[in-house]
Design a protein around this ligand. Sequence first.
Ligand code: SAM
Length: 296
Amino acid sequence: MHILNQRLEPAPGVLYVVGTPIGNLGDLSPRAKSVLAKASVIASEDTRHSGKLLKSLGSTGKQISFHQHNYQSRIPKLLDILKEGKTLAVISDAGLPGISDPGEELVAAARKALYEVICVPGPCAAITALVSSGLPSTKFCFEGFLPSKGNERKLRLASIAKERRTTIIYEAPHRLIKLMKELEELCGGSRRVQVAKELTKLHEEQIGPDISTVLDYFLEHKPKGEITIILDGKEDAKENQINDIFWEKELNNLIAEGESPSQAVRKLAKKTGLSRSMLYSLIHKKTKVNYSKETN
Ligand code: SAM
């Protein structure tokens, strides 16, 4: 049985975290519309972008910009608004605030200051892509945007490759091919993946079912629009093999840069915390392979 929320909303002194559409304006819930129309203050990322939505709802609330570059200085001001007993709503440009968008720190600060926080749920690209992917959704993890380069990216990718749960990744279209190539190298081309493009929009598209097919597709069709990637978890038996491939490649890179094998092992062990003996075993494995090649 469905029970309607009998509380009068929005209530004074409460922070409302409101989900807004990720493309299709029809996805804005009646409750979200009502809270946004009546809130005294609405904190939003891009006030011009959100201003159009708020205007269409007849909102007379004051807009305050709240984004990744000003959230620290804004939070005390927003808490003052709650202190004055006004109703405050926070929205992002699209989807749920706090999911790869500002909101998390404001909610934490409001809770710390003992203000009530209520989420008015709405669309989220991560969950929308997951449930439409056909990949396991009983256990999953959210990675959001990966670091764009460097060691941090390598370590995150290595950890994603061995993750057993389904993984959700956000990626910009101009970086998608690079990511697919990296995933192909680390996970193998047959790992299942589903790329969701432009969810809820006119040109919504899903591309799968595995990394190699997706890579081939995007090499032919330039990636465009908003993209969420759903990657299947690793099968248990493949774990060691995947790790070995990755760390062996890292060792090879160091050796190609001029390090001796033992220097390469020491350097990588220091950087990653991996055991030297495990890394040495990869070098020895490589030596054996090379040796057999030479004698054939
Ligand atoms: N807070 C948002 C949410 O709840 O989904 C996510 C914001 S994050 C800054 C933006 C990223 O979400 C995009 O770069 C893309 O990876 C993903 N995304 C947003 N809208 C999408 C859509 N309609 N289709 C596919 N992915 C989308």
